[in-house]
Design a protein around this ligand. Sequence first.
Ligand SMILES: [Zn+2]
Length: 511
Amino acid sequence: MHIRLVLTILLHLLSIGLFAQQQKANVLIKNACVFIGDGKDSVFMNVAITNKRISYVGKELINADEVIDAKGKYLAPGFIDTHTHADRWIEDRKRNQMLPWIYQGVTSVFAGNDGFGTYKVAEQMKKYQQIGMGTNFALYVGFGPVRQAVLGDDNKMPDATQILQMKTMIASGMQSGAIGFSTGLIYLPQMYAKTDEIASLYQEAAKWNAIYDTHMRNEGAKVLESIDETIKIGADFNLPIHISHLKVSGESAWGKSEEVIAKINAARAKGLKVTANQYPFIASMTSLKATLMPDWAQEGGAKATLARFENEDELSKIKRSLQQKSPLVYKRVVLMSKDQKLAQITGKSVAQIAEEWGVPVEDAVITIFKMDIGVSCVNFSMSEEDVINFMKQPWVMTGSDGGGLHPRTYATFTKIITDYVLQKKVMSMSWAIHRATGLTAETFGIKDRGLVKEGFYADLIVFDPKKVKVNSTFANPEQLSEGMEYVFVNGVKAVEQGKGTGSLSGEIIKK
Ligand SMILES: [Zn+2]
């Protein structure tokens, strides 16, 4: 008994000694209301950062070079954006600070979604490291470039050899540390792939613990069939499925969120890991081509489509398909472009443009395509009820789909706080944080991020919830959000007292 007591005292003295020798922290954030990121209630604590990592979380006052008093403020893990097109964004060096994300408190983004990510993942990672990144990046291997490399933009089915070629490409991307395998089944040439082809490619990717992330084949009238297809892709081998920008689009599909949720819950009840991400807006955004052009008319790529406009039979077939769409579609599809040539039509609906030009909508659409076959549009296609219905599900995370001229690029995470936590009270603050941090990291197998925890990377945000503000609108989307007082990316300040520092401390997240 005596010896044990002496030993305990010795150990205690030793630990105090070790503590004294411990490196002085770089930053101590004290008196913060801390959301760990695990969905639980906040706790008043102090958090210290040493180099890239969180070195202390607790009640003690740690010795540090800099002390930030966060009294009255929230401290949380930096947000993880599950769906972006930021890969296109950062390649422009002026934009590699990732300001729209940083100002929302986003410290990590996934890119290569919708099947657009390259399979040359190692090359891509190296390139991004050279460019420098304001946020961390995790990359998907996208189905698009893989299928295009093997089968072109044509409506063809792969043979066994071609399947093997695609698998080899996917495997090389996964080996380099990609986070998953993404598809966008409304896009060329991915739209031609059948369910079995996609399932077999995913089974290859899954050897590296990939997650399947999909922009489903249909988010409108046939959304339930698409949910079935998506679940089938994971079901045979019990592989996880992640549905991107979950929605029901178009008046005919409104209200179907109930059935979509029921199908997903049924699959989850059987043990399949089905999850989703969502942005908090009733308008989507994609190319006008993907929104309006029939699949067959897109075969072979943009040049082939433009050539079809010169062929009388094909042109009238395209026009017929455009005429068959509900007139509501043309009212809610609004063109978005920064191209000066399109200045007279940007911000206007197709119906509005047709009226101004004094032509039928189908003629207006063809003329717009001739001006820019790749032009983007926003589509006010969702109902707020469905958006909220999905938002309430415990398996739904936050994903901006950001990158384009849409407020979702600038204000997805801030709008969740202002509109859906504080104003409409759809969810609690701790859940809004969890579904953008800990839940995301856990779902995608990201190590050492997504929680305020000792040893984890110091991706941290400090904010006053009352000061969080959305500035981006559809009329004027390129406006940064406000309210993040401090944003740390790998221990480095990306935002200090509400202003971007220009830091490029983002790293590649490898799986
Ligand atoms: Zn998408």
